[in-house]
Design a protein around this ligand. Structure first.
Ligand code: AKG
Ligand code: FE2
Length: 274
């Protein structure tokens, strides 16, 4: 089995079918290369100032630049992309609502070895979630072209249905090759890892992940997005980053208040059962 590819005009149903079969899909040129260059321009100063990782998983030649909702207004459009968001809501549909899990521009530098093959849902303390209950959906948007040489993400097609806690090596995987502006979409159960960068240039991917909103967010959005910036965000994005109650009452403030009261009182809702 190889990683399926779809055109940008693909329907949500096609995306879901590809993921159900293969555990991931590349949507080619979902945004234009020019659009990605604008995102890159917003992020360049932040990436330049990001330190490299401190362990093998983070990557000693890899920089992980977060806080993208605050730092890159253009990246908000990637987060809210209707095809991706529609597919994420469906895949995470067993949960009452979904939220932003983390935002990361991942710059894999030349000479970085391959990252360990893993499942993103292992972030939740390796908890053995039920096989039919997805808790994470991740997108990796190509900000540079992704190739087998430059560290394109390595994936094991079909591995979303494998047993948990398995170990693999690079040879078990295939590379995600895609051009700038394309997106690779996969659930938290698919085995994958960043590829080794055997080229002379950086490989940059923007990882935007979504999770079931009863879980703790990997990236703390309340602190990563300063409240003055949060106040300027559209309502749907503001709720998605966490200013909403998950399930029935998760995340309320003091007297059962809607967290929205603290950023946009005009949008707050009364009572838990809305
Ligand atoms: O950078 C990549 O291609 C993948 C990174 C990844 O899987 C992770 O950090 O969890
Ligand atoms: Fe990962």
């Amino acid at each position: 089995m190889s990683i399926p590819r779809l055109k940008a005009e693909a329907s949500c149903e096609q995306v879901l079918a590809a993921i159900e079969t293969a555990g991931g899909v590349v949507v080619d040129r979902l945004v234009s290369a020019d659009f990605m260059d604008e995102v890159a321009a917003e992020l360049r100063p932040w990436i330049e100032n990001t330190p490299t990782g401190t362990d093998d998983f983070e990557g000693h030649r890899t920089r992980r630049t977060g806080g993208l909702i605050a730092r890159s207004p253009k990246s908000r459009e990637l987060m809210m992309h209707s095809l991706i968001l529609g597919a994420a809501r469906h895949i995470l549909g067993r949960a009452t609502s979904i939220q932003v899990n983390a935002t990361q521009a991942i710059t894999i530098g030349p000479g970085e070895p391959a990252q360990v093959i893993h499942r993103d849902q292992w972030a939740f303390d390796m908890y053995p979630f039920a096989k039919d209950y997805q808790v994470i959906v991740n997108t990796i948007w190509a900000m540079t072209d992704f190739t087998a040489q430059n560290g394109g993400t390595r994936v094991i097609p079909g591995s979303h249905k494998f047993e948990d806690k398995l170990r693999f090596s690079e040879g078990d995987t295939e590379p995600v090759e895609m051009s700038k502006g394309s997106a690779f979409l996969y659930p938290g159960t698919t085995y994958h890892g960043g590829g080794a960068n055997r080229s002379e240039a950086n490989r940059i991917g923007i990882s935007l992940s979504y999770s079931a909103s009863w879980l703790r967010q990997e990236e703390n959005q309340y602190l990563a997005v300063p409240i003055e910036i949060a106040r300027t965000l559209p309502e749907d994005l503001l709720r998605l980053i966490g200013y909403q109650r998950g399930a029935y009452a998760l995340g309320y403030v003091d007297d059962l208040r809607d967290p929205m009261e603290f950023v946009r009182p005009d949008l707050a809702r009364r009572g838990l059962a809305h």
